[in-house]
Design a protein around this ligand. Structure first.
Ligand code: AMP
Length: 276
């Protein structure tokens, strides 16, 4: 496994990769969720590239950029056994040199949900992912369903900008009690970690109603809200029952749909979702 930082080293290493190339973009501090994307890429591609970059432009001014957890050595030791060929770990100065001024923005579908709570977030995400795509030139790129809106936005960007890259979205990996794995879970103290299962319980309650025939989206949203509001340590930011592709809120559930939510557990912001 080769680890590179500069663009010129990345380009040289990319030239020596054979066959179908899969890219797994991450911000590091890896867990099983990230590793599941790499395993899937390894199954489907001859060569696998992992990027590790805590992208400053997707963090809002009051967000956790400076304290975002980082441990490159641990990350590399987790990646090594998976048969990954190349790790790209650029610096912010490589990605955004002095004078940088080009941005990629996806329009309507970045406004609701995460976009409403984090107005500059997706501009940073789509810009950095476009740059990763241009630098690595993968045939396939792997993203987690955990960040459902991000996956939908990147599918849209790839289509709109004619990136010849297949976007593969992989299922959410969860802890035994249902909490979706996230690098940010390390922020949770014991009480908040216990209470954090409320997202999974809330989504499960709505899904159960759906499986019993409920199709009124507002009823499903109300159910999710009720469960969250019963947990004193949780503060709800939003619940949503939306179309899977457009992310528009639904009146009646039909076709592929997305139940999603964001919840503050103390100072830690958690998101989760189920696909219907
Ligand atoms: P991040 O390092 O948080 O930017 O995540 C990198 C990629 O891993 C994104 O595509 C995420 O959606 C994905 N990911 C994060 N957590 C999980 C999880 N629990 N299960 C599956 N994929 C995940």
């Amino acid at each position: 496994m080769k680890t590179v930082s500069s663009l010129s080293d990345l380009r040289a290493a990319r030239l020596s990769l054979n066959g179908t190339v899969g890219l797994v973009p991450t911000m590091g501090f890896l867990h099983e969720g990230h590793l599941s994307l790499m395993r899937r890429a390894k199954l489907e591609c001859e060569s696998v590239v992992v990027s590790i970059f805590v992208n400053p432009t997707q963090f809002g001014v009051n967000e956790d950029l400076s304290k975002y957890p980082r441990d490159l050595e641990r990350d590399l030791s987790l990646i090594e056994p998976l048969g990954v060929d190349l790790v790209w770990n650029p610096t912010p100065e490589i990605m955004y040199p002095t004078g940088y001024q080009t941005w990629v923005e996806v329009d309507a579908m970045t406004r609701p949900l995460e976009g409403a709570m984090r107005p500059t977030h997706f501009k940073g995400v789509t810009t950095v992912v476009a740059k990763l795509f241009n630098a690595v030139q993968p045939h396939k790129a792997y993203f987690g369903q955990k960040d459902a809106q991000q996956a939908a936005v990147i599918r849209q960007m790839a289509r709109d900008l004619n990136f010849p890259i297949e976007i593969v979205v992989c299922p959410i990996v969860r802890e035994a009690d249902g909490l979706a794995m996230s690098s940010r879970n390390v922020y949770l103290d014991e009480a908040h970690r216990k209470a954090a299962t409320v997202l999974f319980r809330s989504l499960s309650a709505a899904k159960e109603m759906y499986e019993n025939g409920e199709r009124d989206a507002e009823t499903l949203r109300r159910k999710m809200k009720e469960v969250i509001e019963r947990e004193p340590l949780a503060q709800l930011q939003y619940v949503s029952c939306a179309d899977y592709d457009t992310l528009e809120e639904l009146g009646t559930v039909k076709g592929k749909s997305l139940l999603s939510m964001a919840v503050m557990m103390g100072k830690t912001r958690l998101i989760d979702n189920f696909v219907l």
